[in-house]
Design a protein around this ligand. Structure first.
Ligand code: SF4
Length: 440
């Protein structure tokens, strides 16, 4: 029998920002219930693993994390929640030591399901995912610095042919606007200065009369929130009104877009069931690049989609290289059971996918290096995060990773403060800078 008097809980998140935002809310709830939160890897009485199922590799990493926890904590109560729980509950149930498996519908209530004793067999809670819009009832009040993900939407109704997310998270639905603003105010009171707007397909946000613009307008008015960053947003769903706000120094919206391209060839895009052609995508990209000062443009690209030829892959590389992208997240296609693309008989061999992926990653590093290089010698605003042993990390408004060496700061505390920083030198995947002046 497990004694939960010590109440040490350890949480681990795999996958996207949405998962991170959900784990944070669960953590807040556990703190309010008297748990001490300990880092994953330290002994705990309760483990909650929030999982991802976007690729086969993600599934395997989830299984590894679950095994790591149950091996290190054989007596702890172990709960596995999220997308992999929704889609792969049988595989998770086969892992020794798991007590509870909860899919996406009930996962935010995981704390209510946690038992006093370990179960002989895992309890599986895998309800049908509701199509209704939603609110979140608990935000917590523990101090939390700097940047926080804020969930405004869940699910996706686009159903791209390779993607498991519409099955794992259900159809698109939006969070009640007043409830979003309440959490934003709570986060600002906890010390958060930057919100990252998060969801599966945030451009499709609709709640009665409200759309994404209305959400951003509301968040911009929240006292204490100095920066708003939109996370990944689908092409065809982005209102051009955002350009104006990104250029306005009085508006908190930052000059940052991450717009998944997936492929740079119309045939592949069509087979992926994406909702745009290359020329439509690029027309928007150039408009954004020309309209917004110092804009960061990132993207997602998938390589090795079934039937993708070497020429089609090279088309994608050319589109990425020849247009104003600054970085791409590269994903190798992964057969997800139940999707249209997984059934095709012209799968690209795994080694070829890996090869293409490595090649594109090299192009992406070069693009990022050039982007960083273009700002050397300039002065940019940053928000500092918690310190590392040797340096203070921060991001500029347009997402350049900056570090300021601690020994240059005479012990001054920079955490959660804004400053103007001159960018001096590119080192690996960040830029070393020096403070020109503190802004607060
Ligand atoms: S837009 Fe496409 S890739 Fe993105 S979550 Fe929806 S179905 Fe998946």
């Amino acid at each position: 029998m497990v004694s939960r008097t010590k109440k040490r809980a350890s949480l681990h998140t795999l996958g996207c920002r949405l998962n991170q935002s959900e784990t944070l809310l669960i953590k807040q709830r556990l703190k309010a219930d008297g748990y001490e939160i300990v880092p994953f890897g330290e002994p705990a009485d309760l483990g909650i693993i929030n999982t991802c199922t976007v690729t086969n590799l993600a599934d395997s990493k989830c299984r590894q994390s679950i095994r790591q926890f149950t091996r290190q904590n054989p007596d702890a109560y172990t709960a596995v929640i999220g997308c992999y729980s929704q889609m792969g509950s049988k595989e998770i149930a086969a892992i020794e030591g798991v007590d509870l498996i909860i899919g996406n519908q009930e996962k935010m209530s995981v704390v209510d399901y946690i038992g006093q004793e370990k179960n002989e067999k895992p309890v599986i809670v895998r309800e049908k995912i509701s199509q209704d819009d939603f609110s979140i009832s608990y935000f917590g009040d523990a101090p939390f610095n700097q940047r926080a993900n804020l969930k405004i939407q869940d699910g996706c109704s686009f159903v791209c042919s390779f993607c498991i997310i519409p099955f794992a998270r259900g159809a698109s639905r939006s969070r009640e606007l007043g409830n979003i603003l309440l959490e934003a105010e709570a986060k600002a009171n906890q010390g958060v200065r930057e919100l990252v707007i998060t969801g599966v397909n945030i451009g499709t946000y609709r709640m009665e009369e409200a759309d994404l613009l209305r959400v951003l307008e509301g968040l911009n008015a929240v006292k204490g929130i100095d920066r708003i960053r939109i996370s990944s947003i689908e092409p065809t769903t982005i209102p051009t009104e955002l350009f104006h706000w990104m250029n306005d120094p009085q508006h908190a919206l930052l000059p940052f877009f991450h717009i998944p391209l997936q492929a740079g060839n119309d045939k592949v895009l069509r087979e992926m069931r994406r909702r745009y052609t290359i020329s439509e995508y690029l027309e928007f990209l150039h408009l954004a690049h020309e309209s917004v000062d110092s804009l960061y443009l990132g993207t997602d690209i998938m390589v090795g989609f079934p039937g993708e030829t070497e020429e089609e892959f090279q088309d994608t590389c050319s589109v990425f290289l020849e247009n104003p992208f600054n970085f791409c997240h590269v994903f190798s296609f992964s057969e997800r059971e139940g999707t249209v693309a997984a059934k095709r008989d012209d799968q690209v061999p795994l080694e070829e996918r890996q090869c293409r992926s490595a090649y594109l990653r090299r192009l992406s590093s070069k693009k990022r290096y050039d982007f960083y290089g273009a700002y050397l010698g300039t002065t940019m605003r940053v928000l500092f995060e918690d310190p590392k042993p040797d340096f203070w990390p921060a991001y500029t408004d347009n997402y350049i990773r900056v570090v300021v060496p601690r020994d240059a700061m005479n012990g001054e505390d920079l955490a959660n403060r804004c400053a103007e920083v001159r960018l001096n030198r590119i080192a690996a995947d960040f830029v070393e800078g020096e403070i020109v002046r503190m802004l607060d």
